[in-house]
Design a binder for this molecule. Structure first.
Ligand SMILES: Cc1ncc(COP(=O)(O)O)c(C=O)c1O
Length: 348
């Protein structure tokens, strides 16, 4: 049976140029990265810092670890941070901000990831009465659980102005920041120039098997390196995996993300044409979220889709996520639309 895996862009497999790059590796291209002696990792970090528009960058095992070490480097134990209520840091990182970094986490609501400055102001004002200072604000762009929503550069600029006025640093969970840039048709620096630090993943739409980067000012990145070691993220001949990232960051592979965005739109339009009682969150990028009516057992919907070879992910009791990515072409999308139509018409 044909299977189309739309659960996440983390299921993406490496592109052929990555395998060619790996074949060309030899011992002269790897070294002990904990000593800063892996030429491939060093090259990747320099390349990433340049592309993302920051002084320095550091290679990290995963996006989750990248966010954690960024929080650790920006804050002190007992301080407070403010994050969006549906963000990955709060929803999916197993309370590491609290358990490991010793931080209290405040939440703001948002319009698909974009906060209201008035609400942020209220949070800060309430906090002034308390002992623990708020020192860090976080944003997520694109925003996963708001359907790959893009937070526009002007909005980030306003958030940054607010943060500066209140003495806060701004960290961006930019796991998919290149999707945001490609979606807006701007250079990624138009987004990252408004944040103090950014984490982005190589292992999602950029198709690498593993790895993320954290970028920011040099002094901040040296702190991040220490925390990376502390949480066990110091790798040795990491050039073996980091070299995939050198390919991923070539303009051609960044621009390829557009295909995923087009496929997500085709998928959304296809599902919309069925006229069934679901809500579709229009995809800005590569993530499509649909909501099914109350009373429908979402587990059954996802299981039935799976039995038909269409793998999707139920975010919660009402929402199903479909993610387009490298390896899924338009034919797969048309095939998926037919199968999804059959299942939804039967179950809704
Ligand atoms: C927005 C966001 N941030 C961070 C992460 C964590 O990345 P990783 O799976 O590499 O830990 C993810 C993973 O899906 C994500 O969607």
């Amino acid at each position: 049976m044909k299977v189309v895996d739309l659960r996440s862009d983390t299921f993406t497999k490496p592109n052929p140029e990555m395998w060619d790059m790996l074949k060309s590796l030899d011992n002269s291209r790897i070294g002990d990265d904990v000593f800063g002696e892996d030429p491939s990792v060093n090259e990747l970090e320099e390349k990433a810092a340049k592309i993302i528009g920051k002084e320095a960058a550091v290679y990290i095992t995963s996006g989750t670890q990248g966010n954690l070490v960024s929080l650790l480097a920006h804050t002190n134990r007992g301080e407070e941070i403010v994050v969006e209520e549906q963000c990955h840091i709060y929803q999916n990182e197993l309370s590491s901000a609290t358990k490991i970094a010793g931080l209290k986490v405040n939440l703001y609501s948002s319009n698909r990831g974009a906060p209201s400055i008035d609400e942020l102001q209220k949070i800060i004002e309430n906090d002034r009465e308390k002992e623990n200072p708020i020192t860090l604000l976080c944003s997520e762009n694109t925003h996963n659980y708001h359907g790959g929503a893009i937070i526009k550069s002007e909005i980030l600029r306003d958030i940054k102005q607010f943060a500066e006025k209140n003495g806060l640093k701004l960290h961006l969970d930019g796991a998919r920041v290149f999707n945001a840039a490609v979606g807006l048709g701007v250079n990624v620096t138009e987004i990252t120039k408004h944040v103090d630090s950014v984490m982005f993943c190589l292992s999602k739409g950029l198709s690498c098997p593993v790895g993320s980067l954290v970028a920011g000012p040099k002094s901040f990145i040296s702190e991040v390196r220490k925390y990376r070691k502390m949480v066990g993220g110091g790798m040795r001949q990491a050039g073996v995996i980091a070299s995939f990232g050198l390919v991923a960051l070539e303009p051609k592979w960044i621009q390829r993300l557009k295909e995923d965005h087009i496929n997500a739109k085709i998928l959304a339009e296809g599902i919309e044409s069925f006229n069934i009682p679901i809500k579709i969150l229009n995809p800005d990028t590569n993530i499509l979220i649909i909501s099914v009516p109350e009373g429908i057992r979402i587990g059954k919907v996802v299981r039935t889709l799976g039995n038909e070879g269409i793998l999707a992910f139920n975010i919660d009791k009402h929402r199903i996520r479909f993610v387009t990515h490298y390896g899924i072409n338009e034919d797969d999308i048309q095939y998926s639309i037919k199968k999804i139509g059959t299942v939804l018409k039967k179950l809704l």
